[in-house]
Design a protein around this ligand. Structure first.
Ligand code: HEM
Length: 475
């Protein structure tokens, strides 16, 4: 069944404030059939919400059948929801007691809220402390070197799918740093399974009617087969470590050793599997898509690429980058941060109002969904001068003081602030530096670059690029 999505314009009677309550009603803008969003070939929900924002303003609401969703595009309201009213706006319980990602991850630090979430978050936090992350630098660099060695072995001027390359290197790095293992022999099977899982989740988010996952529809069968591949790998990893007398002190060791403070019980294999899968998923895909978008932006702005190359050349003088070099490469970090602003890998997140409340004076009835639109907030002209332009300079140390940090939410804010943000902010600029130092990455002309949202926002189908050692690019 396809329903029409009605969004009422601000001038509508719905906007009238009542005398008895001081709250306003978020405008519902009338007119666009939901089918246009769900079934147009691009299915570009990010673009759709961006368009509606420009028409309807910073707060508007949509109805998806019986569901009501308030879309907020103003950082002040995002902070109000994520920090001041964090107990009211919780992760929605849609599948197995968790968010929609629970199809793949079941109950994990990324899918649930409340006590269970807090226990898991506390358990994992130590490995994400800045010092521990810095200790992983060499493993990150080794992953980067291996990728470049693979490029070196390609025939001259070879084409690569940049999206796939970035996924491979980030998956390899997560594996080395968090699980001390080598996923490369199985990487395609695992990467494909994650991809199928993310698309399945996304399709279910968009559908008004979903048949139960247990029904043998083609989509359900494909998804279950993909999840089996993933599970096979994850349970094997866990079983081998439980049997092993080698304990490198990585995240897997920490999860296996964790004990509940009250009961003293450890996590069973299924619980450990959920957290391991979460870190595999959240820890590679996001950084991979950010790196793809960074190369997309650098290709469009050759002057910015030149500045990056000049910084890398003058700081490193041909050496491999070390941890101590990173603070001296502010432009590489700025390119990565500006990419996260214009192309946030997580362009929106959803919360559920557990009780009647308000946001910025707008009434939010209990049971409403809240779409915190990171993509639009990052392009809000009141917070970002020349918001649509790619200007890494705004993130340089001398300009950072002038930034409105509350309008920068690539890692969200509040208690669910991304646990891996320091990891990503070291890994992303490092890989950019290593690539920019020795390689020209030129996107093939003539390809159409479209957004594809499957939990993360990536260029649809990856980006096709030609990789050539620097200096040979024009020979
Ligand atoms: C550029 C890279 C990354 C981006 C843009 C990103 C973005 C985000 C965002 C927006 C959230 C909040 C989700 C929500 O509550 O709706 C989040 C949570 C999370 N991220 Fe990341 N992330 C990145 C890298 C990483 C890495 C490298 C790891 C792990 C190694 C990681 C692990 C997690 C986990 C476990 C959570 C759940 C935190 C919680 O709810 O307590 N992320 N991330």
């Amino acid at each position: 069944m396809i329903e029409t999505l009605y969004i009422r314009l601000p001038e509508s009677k719905e906007m009238i404030e009542t005398k008895t309550t001081p709250t306003k009603t978020a405008p519902l803008v009338k007119g666009l059939p939901l089918s246009q969003v769900l079934f147009n070939p691009q299915r570009d929900i990010v673009g759709f919400l961006n368009q509606r924002w420009q028409e309807a303003g910073d707060v508007f609401s949509l109805s998806f059948g019986p569901r009501r969703m308030a879309v907020i595009n103003d950082p002040k309201l995002a902070q109000e929801a994520l920090i001041e009213k964090k107990h009211i706006f919780q992760r929605p319980k849609m599948v197995n007691g968790g968010s929609i990602l629970s199809y793949l991850l079941d109950e994990s630090v990324l899918t649930v809220d409340g006590e269970v979430w807090l226990t898991r978050r506390r358990m994992m936090q130590p490995i994400f402390h800045r010092q521990r992350i810095q200790g992983m630098f060499e493993q990150m660099a080794a992953g980067g070197r291996d990728m470049l060695a693979r490029w070196q072995a390609l025939p001259p001027g070879a084409r690569v799918n940049l999206g796939e390359e970035m996924k491979l290197v980030t998956l390899d790095i997560i594996n080395r740093t968090m699980f001390s293992s080598n996923v490369l022999p199985e990487v395609e099977r695992i990467g494909d399974s994650v991809e199928i899982g993310l698309h399945y989740i996304n399709n279910r988010t968009r559908s008004l009617v979903n048949l139960p996952e247990s029904w043998p529809t083609p989509a359900n069968r494909k998804f279950r087969a993909a999840r089996r591949v993933l599970d096979e790998y994850l349970y094997k990893l866990i079983a081998e470590r439980r049997r092993s007398d080698q304990h490198p002190g990585d995240l897997l060791d920490m999860l296996l050793a964790a004990r509940d403070e009250e009961s003293g019980a450890g996590m069973d294999d299924h619980q450990v599997r959920n957290e391991v899968a979460t870190i595999y998923g959240a820890g590679h895909e996001t950084t991979a898509v950010a790196l793809s978008w960074a190369w997309y932006a650098l290709n469009q702005h050759p002057d910015k690429l030149q500045r990056l190359q000049a910084e890398v050349d003058s700081v490193l003088q041909g050496r491999q980058p070390g941890l101590a070099d990173m603070p001296n490469l502010p432009y590489a970090l700025a390119v990565f941060e500006e990419t996260l602003r214009l192309f946030p890998p997580v362009p929106m997140t959803v919360r559920l109002a557990e009780q009647d409340t308000t946001l910025g004076g707008y009434a939010i009835p209990a049971g409403s969904m809240l779409n915190i639109n990171i993509y639009n907030i990052h392009r809000h002209p009141a917070y970002w001068p020349q918001a649509a332009q790619f200007q890494p300079e705004r993130f340089l140390p001398e300009n950072k003081a002038g930034l409105n940090r509350s309008a920068y939410l690539p890692f969200l804010s509040g208690p669910h602030l991304c646990i891996g943000n320091s990891f990503a902010l070291l890994e992303g600029p490092l890989l950019l530096t290593m690539m920019a130092q020795r390689w020209e990455v030129k996107l093939l002309p003539g390809q159409t670059v479209e957004r594809d949202l499957a939990v993360t926002m990536r260029p649809r189908g990856g980006l096709l690029a030609r990789v050539t050692p620097r200096g040979e690019a024009h020979s």
